[in-house]
Write a protein that binds this ligand. Structure first.
Ligand code: 5RP
Length: 247
């Protein structure tokens, strides 16, 4: 796995929801075009990965792909897979994953990824790291020069350790905030029963791999959303007027 991402320019356009959907679908079609019959496919989470699951299901239903099974990173992807006709298997019952698709909140030019906008990054990282090929699907708004520019770093924490973990995150230069559930009183609780802390780094993240390790060394932290050295390729959709190019 040799991460480098060659893109010459970064531009952030404001687009409509319909245009966003077209971009995600173009990425999804390109991604599922990489799947071959007989493969084990890892399924990520989020709106882009969900469209890829839908497109994968379409190829299977049309008989264009045979004997494909999938490992869903969490409940959402497993439920969607079954809904669209993709057979799922348990990660613990297989020895390897041929290819995994996943979305991202940010991607830098070295294929470092920031994930966890949906509080599902822990198992996504497990599935992505098992895969021989890990393909990240990103529209151009996700491309950044430095991780942490537009999103905080999500950190999954076991609830009894929340206070000491918050203090340790401050010593790393972060400003931590416990993620709260929309329209409910109380914190977001992940599929794994933990809390999520979103940590902003106002001085920027100079070395994503180092910060990823430092955060994971704090006792009580389960996993954080920085993913370095795992993505093997990044598909980027660039919108130009009505046309979308995936590169
Ligand atoms: C969820 C994730 C998602 O992959 C990430 O938030 C991107 O989602 P979307 O494709 O909806 O923009 O990491 O935890």
């Amino acid at each position: 796995k040799n991460p480098t991402l060659s893109i010459s320019a970064v531009s952030h356009n404001v687009t409509t929801p319909e245009a966003q959907d077209a971009i995600k679908r173009a990425l999804a079609k390109e991604a599922v075009g990489l799947v071959k019959s007989g493969m084990v496919v890892g399924l990520g989470t989020g709106s882009t990965a969900s469209i890829a699951i839908q497109e994968l299901g379409a190829l299977i239903t049309q008989g264009k792909l045979k004997n494909v099974v999938a490992v869903g990173a969490n409940y959402q992807s497993r439920v969607l897979a079954r809904q669209y006709g993709v057979k799922t298997v348990d990660l613990n019952d297989i020895n390897n994953i041929d290819i995994a698709f996943d979305g991202a909140d940010e991607v830098d030019f070295n294929k470092n990824i920031l994930k966890g906008g949906g509080a599902a990054h822990t198992m996504q990282k497990v599935v992505d790291s098992v895969a021989k090929e890990c393909v990240i699907l990103a529209d151009q708004s996700k491309i950044v020069y430095q991780l942490g520019s537009t999103f905080p770093v999500p950190v999954e924490v076991i609830p009894p350790a929340i206070s000491p973990v918050l203090r340790r995150l401050v010593t790393l230069g972060g400003i931590p905030e416990i993620r709260s559930a929309l329209r409910k009183d109380g914190p977001v609780i992940t599929d794994l029963g933990n809390m999520v802390v979103d940590v902003s780094f106002p001085n920027g993240i100079e070395n994503p791999a180092e910060l990823e390790k430092s955060i994971n060394l704090i006792p009580g932290v389960v996993e954080n959303g920085i993913v370095s050295g795992i993505a093997t390729s990044v598909l980027v959709a660039i919108q130009d007027g009505d046309s979308v190019t995936v590169m």
